[in-house]
Structure formats: C-alpha cells, structure tokens
Design a protein around this ligand. Structure first.
Ligand code: SF4
Ligand code: SF4
Length: 180
C-alpha cells in the first residue's frame, strides 16, 4: 500500500485530532475565569466589588422605593480579572468557567448579570436595613441578648434592645443589693 494511503486509513480510524468546536463542546479548564455571577442571597450591598472593578463593569443602584439594590455587571466591559470575587467579603460573586459570552454589538448594553438584592426587614419596627452586615459586626458584642434576635433587627432597634437589657440588669442588681 502506498505510504499516504496508510496514513489516510490510520487517520480515518483514529478520528479527528482537533476540537469539534464550534460544532461541539471543547475543553474548558476548571479554573478558567469566565462569566461572573452574583448570588443575591449572600450580597451585603457593600459596593466593594464595584469599587475594585478593573473594568468599571459593575454598578449598584438603590431602587426608588428603597426596597433594595440592583446589581448590574456588564459582561461586555468585564476584563475577567477576578478582583470582585477576591475582594467580596461575603463570597457573593463567583467567576464561573462559562466563556460563552459572545454577542452582537447591539447587545453590548444588555448582555449583563442583573440581580436585585432585597434589603431585609427589621422584625421589630418593619424598617428596611442593610443585609447581614450587622450580623457580622454584632457577634459577641451584646451580652446576653440573643445573637439570633440581633440578626433580625435594625441598628436602631438593636441599640434600644441592648439599652433595655442593660437597664434591666442594673435594676435587678440594685434590687438585689437593697434586699441584702
Ligand atoms: S457582591 Fe460582594 S463586594 Fe459586591 S456588593 Fe455584594 S457583598 Fe459587596
Ligand atoms: S472580573 Fe474584574 S472586570 Fe470583571 S466584574 Fe469582576 S472586577 Fe470587574
């Protein structure tokens, strides 16, 4: 058999040596930095991601009714640097390895990750408050007032609860002294 025929037969049996893409999927490394994604249930609306963003790709805008914040990340502008994920204190942003972001030029302002982060409601007064930041800051700082309760109330109600707790303990201490 002619040498080129041997090669031809061998290659036909072996199949294609190149990637099937774009007609099939191609290999994607696990740690590839692709589309950034937000988990709104974790976001603290602190804005650090927007502050450190190398591409100026993230905007956070409070809704007119004060119910929460809109998070918008323009994939078109993102440089995939990963700074937002690195600096996010709540692990709310993840760089996925999804790189399927090609789009028409006309879609450059709409090819976005858009999420609404709703502020939680204070269980005592019903006011909206910043999500969960207070939970972290208040841990272990308020004596015997339950941390679980602290997590569900706004800073004003927290101060009031803490003050009431202090007053109650002082009153019971004074009562104890005058009885003895
Ligand atoms: S995603 Fe992270 S850094 Fe950005 S606002 Fe939310 S908590 Fe802050
Ligand atoms: S990966 Fe970099 S450029 Fe893209 S949104 Fe995050 S900080 Fe901005």
């Amino acid at each position: 058999m002619l040498p080129f025929l041997k090669i031809l037969v061998r290659n036909i049996i072996k199949g294609p040596a190149t990637e099937a893409f774009p007609f099939g999927e191609t290999y994607t490394p696990k740690r590839l930095r692709g589309r950034a994604e937000l988990d709104p249930s974790r976001c603290l609306t602190c804005g650090i991601c927007s502050h450190v963003c190398a591409g100026g790709a993230i905007a956070m805008t409070e809704s007119a009714d004060g119910r929460g914040m809109e998070f918008r990340l323009w994939h078109n502008t993102c440089t995939f640097c990963g700074l937002c994920e690195h600096y996010c204190p709540a692990n709310a942003i993840t760089m996925t390895n999804d790189w399927h972001l090609s789009h028409e030029q006309s879609e450059k302002y709409t090819c976005c990750e858009v999420q609404f982060v709703e502020y939680p409601v204070c269980e005592k007064c019903g006011e909206r408050m910043l999500p969960r930041l207070h939970q972290r800051l208040s841990k272990g700082l308020v004596g015997s007032v339950s941390t679980a309760e602290i997590m569900r109330i706004c800073p004003d109600c927290r101060r009031l609860t803490s003050a009431m707790h202090q007053i109650k303990s002082k009153v019971s201490l004074t009562a104890g002294r005058s009885n003895s």
